[in-house]
Design a protein around this ligand. Structure first.
Ligand SMILES: Cc1cc2nc3c(=O)[nH]c(=O)nc-3n(C[C@H](O)[C@H](O)[C@H](O)COP(=O)(O)OP(=O)(O)OC[C@H]3O[C@@H](n4cnc5c(N)ncnc54)[C@H](O)[C@@H]3O)c2cc1C
Length: 381
């Protein structure tokens, strides 16, 4: 279908897209509605993705990953998101934030011990920054890291951690007396207490929990990089994370468009398929244009990243535009389906629910606008 990228792909990109699409078609799509209904986290499917290398897409081959460039990673993520955004966010959080932080700032020993099993899919990872009273103002976080001899002791509560109840490892941001730090926390550490899975509007196949840290003791080598540098590491990794969220949004919007194109060709009113009405054609045209534009913005930012440029502003632009596109496109899709669009039996209402969070997490749309505007005055700050 014309809504899917089919031209201009390299041989590797073609293979990755074909492999992901086939996996999505056979292992994700047939079950996505059921997972959504039952809030089922499909660990077996995530493990299969891991065995195929999809949990190491962003990790260089020297650490056992696929070593893909960022655009190729986004192409694969789009296919997952088009099939089920809950699966895509499970993979996306693991791949973008903790893997980036370990790769850029981990010691050689930390990369061997944690990045390698993450890349091979043996260990699923998540990222815990947000707290009940520190969301947009993440630097106000209160989780404490206290040095006790050659150990660190973590205490506090995190909110809405993706993979927090299902991961093997979490990268946790906490405050020591010298500043904000990042820690690699095995989820079987005594005192690591994930809450009940949240009952979310969308992304219901992903696991989202609060986590309480009750004096979690960690050896010194669990400090990622240097003390007091963790907030900077997290913000840098969030740039990559935001490209992932932008791409999730593109996948959701693309699928809503595909369903709409098919439905408008079949649904008849006034003795004609509704696609023959110009008002419907205009809606479809605007939907298709916005999906292409959102993808282009994400890929342009990814290309900047692979050229080694700073992408803070462009990652925010991509995330802002793609998430608002996903919300707009899925709203139009529900409208085009009419009353059926409002029913759970039809796919577009799930896409509408899944789209909303892309405007919220990894920085709300308001925060993206603040970042974009701030970057317009780099010297004035
Ligand atoms: C499904 C889901 C998964 C998540 N996964 C993770 C995860 O894996 N790890 C993690 O650390 N966090 C995660 N989060 C948390 C997410 O990143 C936060 O919800 C988000 O950053 C917003 O914070 P908040 O919810 O506290 O909203 P608030 O910061 O309280 O914002 C409330 C409203 O005020 C607005 N606002 C706040 N400050 C300003 C300002 N300065 N100017 C203008 N408007 C402002 C916001 O835009 C928003 O509209 C997840 C959240 C959800 C819903």
């Amino acid at each position: 279908m014309a809504t899917v990228i089919e031209v201009g792909l390299s041989e590797t990109q073609r293979q990755i897209v074909d492999l992901t699409r086939e996996f999505a078609r056979t292992r994700i799509e047939p079950q996505a509605a059921e997972w959504d209904r039952t809030r089922h986290f499909a660990r077996d499917v995530i493990d299969e993705l891991g065995r195929l290398g999809f949990l190491g897409m962003t990790v260089p081959e020297e650490y056992g990953g696929m070593g893909l460039d960022t655009i190729t990673y986004l192409l694969a993520l789009e296919e997952l998101a088009a099939a089920d955004a809950g699966v895509a966010v499970t993979v996306g959080v693991h791949s973008a934030i903790p893997a980036t932080m370990l790769l850029r700032h981990g010691t050689a020993a930390q990369k061997e011990r944690w990045l390698r099993p993450m890349a091979s899919g043996e260990r699923l990872c998540g990222f815990a920054l947000s707290e009940p009273d520190a969301g947009s103002d993440a630097a106000a976080l209160r989780t404490r890291a206290v040095r006790d001899g050659d150990q660190w002791v973590l205490s506090g509560t995190k909110a809405w951690a993706t993979n927090g109840g299902t991961a093997d490892l979490m990268v946790v941001i906490a405050r020591s007396e010298r500043g904000i730090c990042a820690f690699i926390v095995p989820t079987d550490a005594p005192g690591y207490r994930p809450g009940k899975p949240e009952d979310k509007m969308g992304l219901r196949a992903s696991n989202t929990v609060a986590i309480t840290f009750e004096e979690v003791r960690l050896a010194a080598q669990h400090l990622l990089g240097e003390e007091a540098m963790g907030f900077g590491y997290a913000m840098e990794a969030l740039d990559v994370g935001r490209l992932g969220v932008a791409t999730q949004a593109v996948g959701i919007a693309r699928r809503a468009l595909e369903h709409s194109v098919a439905y408008c060709g079949e649904r008849k009113q006034f003795d004609r398929p509704i696609r023959e009405f110009q008002a419907v054609q205009f809606k479809l045209a605007d939907m298709a244009t916005r999906v292409e534009a959102a993808r282009a913005l994400a890929h342009a930012a990814a290309a900047r990243k692979d050229r080694g440029e700073d992408i803070t502003q462009h990652a925010s632009m991509a995330k802002l535009f793609a998430s608002e596109t996903a919300m707009w496109v899925t709203t139009q899709a529900v409208q085009l389906f009419g009353g059926y669009g409002y029913m759970r039996d039809f796919p577009v209402e799930k896409l509408f629910r899944d789209a909303k969070v892309t405007e919220i997490y990894e920085g709300t749309s308001e925060i993206q606008r603040l970042i974009i505007a701030r970057e317009l005055y780099p010297r004035a700050e």
